[in-house]
Write a protein of this length. Structure first.
Length: 332
């Protein structure tokens, strides 16, 4: 099912996907009143590793819904969208938790693996753990960028079984066709800015992983990697059971399984997202009957900065979490 859904218009002084992306990440207001506070819990994984889960500390009723938010590549509970989602949750009186993918909570994980865009088995055990710990709460899940692709991949893989854990899912600015997204981020301005930004944290973490597990990959080859394709070929793909980057991007993409989703699902993608080419976005026919598509013309990559006041300055990023959060709650 396709719907305009999110009628987003960018402030006049933020033209174009790159500006909307960068302003939202670097300068926009993330919350209204008091900044959200987090409480942290460490969970042991089934394979003897750990993840850290941050829960927004605002007060909620014991039976209030729980929104589980999966962050994007190199994201965390400190990412602008996570803070804005926590701000929405506090206003709406619902609980919000951000499970960190392995190695993203500020402390390197233990196992010879990290996380990846199609990590639906990881999503599955996290959601089952949340359901077991919060039996009185209806559960909803959202994912941003990489986290959204992994979440929709999970929903597609689970089919009817997903409804035993969650009532609805939403993905925001997710590269549902990983090859198209990977090629887009490896070119031109994207390569100069975003690729460099991601590799600046991913490479040092990978090298620390090599210190933990000598011989895991070729150190010199990794240091020579200049884009995500090369990094994934040397690190992400082989560490997580894929033959190479092409195999990883093909098998981890959510787009091929969207029609298998059997819970209410939302896929929000701006058509000017510099990471996710508009031509790669799913059509209603590809998405299937249970997936709602919101594809506004503007917004950038996890941007959607909204105007504040008559002049539209300085702008905030609370509109998107509010729209997505309200859609999720409406599915209850």
């Amino acid at each position: 099912m396709s719907a305009s859904g999110f009628s987003y218009t960018a402030p006049w002084w933020l033209p174009g996907g790159n500006v909307q992306t960068l302003w939202a990440a670097l300068a926009a207001r993330r919350h209204g009143g008091v900044a959200p506070q987090w409480t942290r819990q460490r969970w042991q994984t089934p394979d003897g590793d750990f993840i850290d889960v941050d829960t927004s500390a605002h007060a909620v009723a014991p039976d209030a819904p729980l929104i589980v938010l999966f962050h994007g590549l190199e994201g965390s509970s400190a990412s602008q969208y996570a803070v804005a989602f926590a701000d929405f949750a506090a206003q709406a009186g619902v609980a919000l938790a951000v499970p960190h993918f392995r190695g993203c909570s500020g402390e390197l994980n233990l196992a010879p693996r990290a996380y990846h865009s199609g990590d639906f088995q990881e999503v599955d055990w996290m959601l089952r753990r949340f359901a077991a710990e919060h039996p009185g709460r209806p559960m909803l899940a959202a994912g941003v960028s990489l986290g959204g692709n992994a979440l929709l991949r999970w929903a597609g893989e689970m089919g009817h079984g997903a409804s035993r854990t969650v009532r609805a899912v939403a993905a925001v600015c997710s590269p549902l066709d990983l090859a198209a997204g990977g090629q887009a981020i490896g070119r031109g301005f994207n390569r100069l800015v975003y690729t460099r930004m991601f590799l600046s944290t991913m490479v040092p973490k990978a090298l620390k992983k090599l210190e933990q597990h000598p011989g895991l990959f070729d150190r010199e080859a990794l240091l020579a990697a200049r884009d995500l394709y090369e990094f994934d070929n040397l690190f992400t793909a082989p560490l997580h059971g894929f033959r190479d980057t092409d195999d990883y991007w093909a098998r981890a993409s959510a787009k091929p399984v969207l029609a298998d989703i059997r819970v209410p699902a939302l896929a929000l993608n701006a058509r000017n997202d510099p990471f996710v080419p508009a031509a790669s976005l799913p059509t209603p026919a590809q998405a299937g009957a249970h997936v709602t598509l919101w594809q506004p013309a503007q917004g950038g990559h996890v941007g959607f900065p909204a105007a504040l006041g008559a002049l539209g300055l300085p702008g905030h990023v609370r509109a998107m979490p509010a729209a997505v959060g309200r859609w999720l709650l409406a599915q209850l």
